[in-house]
Write a protein that binds this ligand. Structure first.
Ligand code: MIC
Ligand code: SF4
Length: 641
């Protein structure tokens, strides 16, 4: 029996364990990436590890999230990261260079290698045949320090694509369609491997749009084979030497298989407030729009923006609409400046932003009260755009551009013919925004501004835990709910005490007060708790506020790992209905937790005033248990590895 592509790559990179789904494996990390809003923590953690050199083949520190410098805070963080990058031998990407995932795809991603990134959309590079996994910052710091990464061996879900997309249907519509079918937790525990005749028609950046939003499916990562399309992309990027052909064996098997005929997909939209809330645009009533935002790591490639330019050329943005465009990289912006596209966009009335995440993470361009905003981004969680009562709809670049002209959500085919967008023989590959580390790094020091505060470290786990239920949070709680991000809060990503004032801010304004009053406690959640971003702050801030455990029906992968890394217990209800037996403010006790974890037995959760108990379980490895007992990864490191 042959092997699937995922299995082939993992087998080659395996350092410990066996590749059986659910079992722990250690794999070699070839590359890492960080971005600035998670990166400050990563480099603070790297500092505490006291290493001299990184063990990866290549690591890059991007600045792309917090680029608004309304005060000194973001600029201080940039300087800290720049100095840490120089000290440890890491490539530094200056603000203005572009979005980490687009840049990594263009300049560094390599088929067949493993990339770990402190951002949940790291799987973007899966479009180029790379295993690229989003994880918490501590795992990335460890990847750099030791050259390995521990994870649960995933199952592999194959999506076999056949047929061909209609002219006005694009990769974004494909992934919105898949999200509608599988939901935001449908990919949990899986690597999604794409195959089939249909992939030949998809460019590398189309493929990356699809793998990028695999993060929204909860998947560990998503991957396409490395084929002639991949070679062509790498050639045009001046990197043909990085090409290796990679594909699954014809007779391989998968844990699950789905078939999808691309020709059946129609232009899609994800309605507020979840990326899996998909619908065919043609099924919707007329929807007037106020804002259109084009860009993000999902849809800011050269081809995406040239399609948008083609639509907007000689047209005018509707008088009621604000159209804002943020290109994926400085080289894309440069190509568009040279070929006249930028002039066309400005003439049409678009607002051009620098190459960065920008509005996708609420860094500016918050829409007006109650606005309808169409975005080519990947997440439309409530409040993420910076305006709590705005309604964000996710669409393809084609739909966004045509709608910006008409002023309402419009099926793009109404625009006429879409010509083939020629890809340049050679992409721009200028490296002036990249700062390579100096050859001699002796004596280099990191520069810490006053905004950078130490991060909290837990204490060893106690055997009997008592506390109050501080919050019952419901299903699909995102890390944007746990630790909101916007232009006001992002400058404090290296300042946990300041961030703690806004913990669970989309759900309640007084979580911090509750936690202080009860001297910490527990949080309860429903299904898929902690979906969305990789931000460790969603664990570190609760840790700072004394949260000892999160008790849910199920967890999202990265957040669960971040909890364990911080020494916070991620516990599951054995019977999901037991969730309904508890209220906020209830006093609970978890006796004998250490022995239960060690023996692998069920865990008792005792309701004090109700005088009853329910059963909890912990699904983790022996290493997870050792980390929890030690009070998190950093404490554990002092005694092991
Ligand atoms: C996101 O898209 O939610 C972010 C902002 O890129 C996060 C990282 C962060 O919170 O800093 C992510 O995707 O991991
Ligand atoms: Fe940046 Fe948005 Fe992509 Fe996150 S999803 S990396 S904020 S562009």
């Amino acid at each position: 029996m042959g092997k699937n592509l995922t299995c082939k790559i993992f087998e080659k990179k395996l350092l410990s364990g066996t590749l059986e789904p659910g079992r722990e494996i250690g794999v070699r990390v070839n590359q890492t990436l960080t971005q600035d809003s998670t990166g400050t923590m990563v480099y603070l953690q790297l500092e505490t590890m006291g290493i001299k050199d990184i063990k990866t083949d290549l690591s890059v520190a991007y600045i792309d999230h917090n680029t608004l410098q309304a005060g000194f805070e973001n600029a201080d963080d940039h300087e800290f990261i720049r100095s840490a990058a120089a000290k440890y031998g890491i490539i530094f990407s200056k603000p203005g260079n572009g979005i980490c995932h687009q840049l990594h795809l263009e300049r560094f991603a390599k088929p067949g290698e493993i990339l770990i990134g402190s951002d949940s959309h790291t799987p973007t590079c899966g479009g180029l045949g790379m295993i690229s996994i989003g994880s918490g910052g501590l795992d990335v710091a460890m990847g750099m320090a030791k050259g390995y990464y521990y994870m649960k061996a995933p199952r592999v879900l194959n999506i076999e694509l056949s047929g061909r997309l209609d002219q006005w249907v694009s990769a974004k519509d494909v992934i919105l369609y898949i999200l509608k079918q599988l939901t935001v937790k449908g990919g949990t525990g899986y690597v999604i491997e794409y195959s089939g005749e249909g992939i030949k028609e998809l460019s590398v950046t189309d493929r990356s749009t699809i793998t990028n939003m695999g993060a929204e499916l909860g998947a560990t990562t998503s991957i396409f084979p490395s084929d002639e399309v991949t070679r062509d992309f790498l050639c045009r990027q001046g990197r043909e030497r990085d090409f290796v052909p990679l594909h699954a064996d014809i007779d391989c098997s998968y844990d699950k298989k789905i078939q999808l005929d691309l020709s059946t997909i129609k232009p899609m939209v994800a309605l507020p407030h979840s990326p899996d809330n998909g619908e065919k645009i043609s099924n919707l009533k007329r929807l007037k729009i106020d804002q259109v935002a084009i860009g993000s790591c999902t849809n800011s490639s050269y081809t995406d923006l040239m399609k948008v330019t083609h639509i907007l050329r000689d047209q005018r943005v509707h008088s009621d609409v604000s159209l804002v465009i943020s290109p994926g990289s400085s080289n894309i912006l440069k190509m568009m400046a040279s070929n006249g596209a930028l002039a066309d966009l400005i003439t049409a009335g678009a607002r051009i932003l620098e190459a960065a995440c920008g509005p996708c993470i609420g860094m500016g361009q918050a829409p007006k009260n109650g606005a309808v905003s169409l975005r080519t981004f990947n997440r439309n969680f409530k409040g993420r755009c910076g305006t709590q009562n705005a309604e964000v709809y996710l669409v393809s670049p084609e739909t966004a551009a045509v709608s910006a002209i008409t002023g309402y959500l419009t099926v793009p085919s109404s625009f006429g013919l879409m010509p083939e967008i020629p890809i340049p023989e050679k992409f721009e590959t200028s490296e002036n925004y990249f700062i390579y580390p100096p050859k001699n790094r002796d004596g280099l020091q990191v520069v810490m501004g006053s905004n950078i505060k130490p991060f909290p470290v837990n204490i060893p786990l106690k055997n009997n835990l008592n506390g109050t239920i501080l919050l019952k949070a419901g299903n699909n709680i995102t890390t944007d709910d746990i630790m909101p991000s916007n232009a006001k809060l992002l400058p404090f990503r290296s300042n946990i005490p300041e961030l703690s004032k806004h913990c669970f801010g989309t759900i309640t304004q007084d979580f911090r007060e509750r936690a202080l009053k009860h001297n910490g406690g527990f949080v309860m959640g429903g299904e898929n708790y902690g979906q969305g971003s990789s931000r460790e702050h969603a664990a570190l801030v609760p840790l700072y506020l004394g949260v000892k455990g999160i008790i849910t029906k199920s967890f999202a992968r990265i957040h669960r790992t971040n909890l364990i890394n911080s020494g916070i217990l991620p516990l599951l209800f054995k019977n999901k209905e037991d969730y309904d037996l508890f209220q906020e403010e209830d006093e609970i006790e978890i006796p004998d937790i250490i022995s239960s974890l060690e023996k692998g037995t069920e865990i008792c959760l005792f309701h004090k005033s109700g005088n009853f108990s329910v059963t909890l379980v912990f699904e983790g490895t022996d290493r997870d248990i050792r980390m929890l007992k030690a009070g998190g990864y950093l404490n554990y490191l002092k005694t092991a590895e």
